[in-house]
Write a protein that binds this ligand. Sequence first.
Ligand SMILES: C[S@@+](CC[C@H](N)C(=O)[O-])C[C@H]1O[C@@H](n2cnc3c(N)ncnc32)[C@H](O)[C@@H]1O
Length: 217
Amino acid sequence: MPAPWPHLRREGRDLYTENATPGLRSYGEELKVVDGREFRHWDPWRSKLAAYAAREGPPFDPGRTRAVLYLGGAHGTTVSHLSDLLPEARIFVVEKSATAFAPLLTLARSRKNLYPILADAHLPERYRAEVGIVQFLYQDVAQRDQATIFRENALACLAPDGTGVLMLKIRSVTQRRPVGQILRESERELSQLGLRTGRPVELAPFAREHLAIPVTA
Ligand SMILES: C[S@@+](CC[C@H](N)C(=O)[O-])C[C@H]1O[C@@H](n2cnc3c(N)ncnc32)[C@H](O)[C@@H]1O
């Protein structure tokens, strides 16, 4: 099947992104050259967005995505692939851990479309002026109030016709309540802002106890 995106390659179940920094690996991933273009293996065991994209297709339109807000960048594994997929977009990456931020900064030095921000995603007012309006909001932070964080960042930065994905880590919300209840509560929280949620996508076996919730503004 041909890849639906200009910088994404699909080989059976395997996904690859076209390396925006040819010759450079970000985290030891496999590189391969096809027809003179270099690709990096995008491993669903290491990236929940890859697991999601392998099942559902990428959750945004590359043609109209000029800016992305990514919450919980960690060391930049998934960020590096987004950077490949959207070479013309500005990708703002919020990370609150100084330890994780250092490799993210190093990654951003070799990639011109990454803008790392050392901040707590609970406080979008600290970075909303820098970020402006984005067409895609992605969140992967293991916090009890994940839906609230997503909602507040959508309110601050998501375009009226934007899309997003909330990677909901169920057991970070609570150890006790059933999954269905946590999901309904999260969906209700997002709908308070008028956000529409799509069918949740299970990420097992790649990421256990995670549901990906696609969101439309
Ligand atoms: C599961 S890791 C993210 C992995 C990354 N998305 C990837 O696929 O490569 C979660 C990250 O969220 C960060 N984080 C947790 N709470 C946060 C918050 N309130 N604001 C910003 N970052 C946060 C953690 O420091 C951690 O690096």
